[in-house]
Design a binder for this molecule. Structure first.
Ligand SMILES: [Zn+2]
Length: 92
């Protein structure tokens, strides 16, 4: 059974299949629209929770990591994303 036909390839491209490693998409929890990092930055900022604030709720939250909340450009729902501040990408 074919899962992906020609009509599906556009969707796959949209959600980043085959993109180079490191590209992470942010998906709206309500309408499922996916945003690239660049598109994410263009969304209306609702609020930023700094790491001290988050760590009151999540004791193992990494120090220095904040949470950005932005409004979905299509449906207006709030989308939250962890935001690294001043930390170089990559591990170890
Ligand atoms: Zn949405």
């Amino acid at each position: 059974m074919a899962v992906v036909g020609h009509e599906g390839t556009g969707v796959l491209a949209r959600i980043g299949a085959g993109m180079p490693g490191g590209a992470r998409l942010i998906v709206c929890g309500r309408c499922r629209l996916a945003y690239s990092s660049t598109e994410w930055l263009g969304l209306e900022l609702a609020e930023i929770l700094d790491s001290n604030c988050v760590r009151q709720l999540l004791s193992d939250w990494p120090a220095g990591d904040s949470i950005e909340v932005r409004h979905c450009g299509r449906c207006g729902a709030e989308i939250a994303r962890a935001a690294r501040s001043g930390v170089a990408p990559g591990r170890g």
